[in-house]
Structures are given as structure tokens and as C-alpha cells.
Design a protein. Structure first.
Length: 346
């Protein structure tokens, strides 16, 4: 299914659009409703949606500001602009940000459905989607391997059967990668997963991928017999995720998707669920608090530092308003008020 987020500061509009359409009937999962651009940004970072439907005029971030920030993150999302007639010039600006769809308010249910379907077609042309139940089966097979419930030969046969009806190379790679990442992080002390990830990525056909999988599982089985016990895989890769964020929070383009795909070599949806399960909070919340704590440290050392400079230093880019909103959210005061408290206590 394709993941959709709706962002509009008018509660009645976002809730009406969210409830009046049977999203599942058009292969869409409505993952959230947001009331402003900042909420929308956080949810996009956490959920990695395929489609975002957003109003233009909103508090904190306008729809256009939100789209600009997301484009800076290199997220390949289809945006649908919700626009009033007087805002049509804003919609023109959105076209320059590679936004292809806009809906003039007020609009009909049919207009929304048809526009979302068009956006889905664009999503289809960009990627081959894998049904979620396929990933679940692959993850179950990887757990069978780790817990030695089945022999490696049995698991390889099960993987061959799971993928027997699909010859698309990208599809097969996605499933095999989902299967292997759980194993890699259970035995992170035995192997350098980046080497094998690159080998998988360089495979050009389904046959090459399955040949790699066959040989790789046999090699792993031999190493496991000779060496060690599995680690707590979830805690291990979440620890790595947190460490990476602490080292790179100053990068305004930092997202969980980037960490999952380029550092952990894992499926972002799985990492997101595990992060929330283990830490008790979403990644965007953790990252927001991390940036605020580092901003506070900077201001403690130099209370006269310009707020816009601090914003850049902690990963809020050239948008001090974003840092201000984070401060209000996590500290209940603005950065300037925090500085005044510091000076008052000096």
C-alpha cells in the first residue's frame, strides 16, 4: 500500500478528507493527519510516506516551506497542494519545486480520489512495491535461521519459493535485503555487512541474487558454528542509529531513512518501528530533543551567540524559527528566553 499524510491547519478539512474516503480501496494507508508544517515535517521524517497532501498557508511552516525542506532531504515524495483560489500564485511556485498536483478548495471527493490515483501512478513508475506480508515472511525466515529452527538449506528453499513468482530484480533485492539485515545485526561481530550489501546491490539478475543468497547463508552458517552467539539485534542497530545521530545532528538533511539505508543497510519502516519500541519515542522526537540539548550547551558556553548561528550549528539550517519551535516544544520557552535566564543567573 502507498502511505499518505494529510496536512492542513483547518481541523474540519483534514479530518473530513481523512474520513470520507475509503483509502484502502485505492491501495492507500492514511498514516497521519497534521495541523501545521512542523508536525508534518516530523511525521514525514518518521513515516517516509509516498504521498503528502498539504495546505499552503499554515502556521510554523507554510506548505511551500515544508516542500522546500523535504526536497533538500532528497525525499522522492509526491506532493498534492490544497489551494484556495486566491493562493493560485503560490501553487505556481510549488510547480517549480516539482509538485505536479494541486487541488482547488472547496473540492469534491471524486477530485481528491482521482488526484491521489494519479500520484499513485507516478509512485508506481518510480518503484516496484513489495506487499508487506512478503516482508513479514522473509523476517520470520531470518528469525528461523538465527534461532536454528530450520536448517539453512530449508530456509534457502523457502526463500526461493517465496520469490518464485517475481523476476523483478529490485523487488527480489528488497526482500532478500529485508531477510538478511536481521541476520547481519544478530551476528554483527562476525561479518562486515557493508561488503555483502554492496555485493547484493551489484547483482544484476534474480539468478545472481539467489546465487549470492545461497552462498552467503552457507558462509554465515560455517562462521556461526565456529564462533559465537547472536547479539540482541534490535538493541544493537538502534544503538548504532543513536550514535550516528549524535555524531551528525548538525546535518540539516539527517533523516532516519538516510541512516537506515546508507549506514545500517536496513528497511526504514522496520528501523522506525524498532526505534519507537525500544526507546519509547519516535526518531523525529529524539532528533528534535538532541538538537535542543546541543543548542542549550552552545548557549551556555556563549550566551551572546546569534540564534540563527546556533540554528545552523545544530542542524536547523538557515531557519531559526524552526529552532524556536523546537525549544517551545521541548523546553516550553524560546531560545531568547533561555538566554535571559542564563544571564539572570550569572
Amino acid at each position: 500500500m502507498y502511505k499518505l499524510i494529510i496536512i492542513d491547519d483547518e481541523k474540519i478539512i483534514r479530518e473530513t478528507i481523512g474520513s470520507m474516503i475509503d483509502w484502502k480501496s485505492i491501495d492507500v494507508e492514511l498514516v497521519g493527519l497534521c495541523s501545521n508544517g512542523m508536525e508534518g515535517l516530523d511525521m514525514i521524517i518518521d513515516e517516509d510516506p509516498d504521498i503528502v497532501m498539504t495546505d499552503i498557508r499554515m502556521p510554523v511552516f507554510s506548505g511551500l516551506e515544508l516542500i522546500k525542506r523535504i526536497r533538500q532531504l532528497n525525499k522522492d515524495i509526491e506532493f498534492i497542494i490544497l489551494s484556495g483560489y486566491s493562493e493560485f500564485e503560490y501553487a505556481r511556485t510549488a510547480m517549480a519545486l516539482n509538485v505536479k498536483y494541486y487541488i482547488l478548495k472547496p473540492c469534491s471527493k471524486e477530485t481528491i480520489i482521482n488526484t491521489v490515483k494519479q500520484a499513485i501512478e507516478d509512485c508506481c513508475s518510480k518503484k516496484k512495491t513489495v506487499p508487506s506480508y512478503i516482508f513479514k515472511i522473509a523476517r520470520k525466515l531470518s528469525q528461523d535461521f538465527i534461532e536454528k529452527i530450520k536448517q539453512p538449506e530449508e530456509i534457502i528453499n523457502d526463500m526461493f519459493n517465496l520469490l518464485s513468482d517475481n523476476n523483478d530484480c529490485d523487488y527480489v533485492k528488497a526482500v532478500v535485503l529485508s531477510f538478511l539485515t536481521n541476520i547481519w545485526y544478530s551476528y554483527v561481530n562476525l561479518i562486515d555487512s557493508s561488503i555483502y550489501y554492496n555485493e547484493l546491490e551489484n547483482s544484476k539478475t534474480k539468478e545472481e541474487i539467489m546465487e549470492f543468497l545461497n552462498g552467503h547463508l552457507k558462509l554465515l552458517s560455517q562462521k556461526i558454528i565456529r564462533n559465537s552467539k547472536p547479539l540482541d539485534s534490535s538493541k544493537e542497530f538502534i544503538k548504532k542509529c543513536i550514535e550516528y545521530a549524535k555524531e551528525n545532528f548538525s546535518n540539516p538533511s539527517l533523516t532516519l531513512k538516510y541512516i537506515a539505508e546508507n549506514y545500517l543497510y536496513m528497511n526504514v519502516d522496520y528501523v522506525s518501528r524498532q526505534f519507537c519500541k525500544i526507546t519509547g519515542e519516535k526518531f523525529s522526537t529524539f532528533l528534535g530533543r538532541l538538537r535542543v540539548e546541543n543548542a542549550k550547551d552552545i548557549l551556555r558556553k556563549n550566551p551572546d551567540e546569534k540564534i540563527y548561528t546556533v540554528a545552523e550549528m545544530v542542524g536547523c539550517g538557515n531557519n531559526p524559527q524552526y529552532l524556536t519551535q523546537l525549544f517551545k516544544k521541548y523546553e516550553g520557552i524560546t531560545p531568547s528566553a533561555f538566554v535571559n535566564l542564563l544571564k539572570g543567573n550569572a
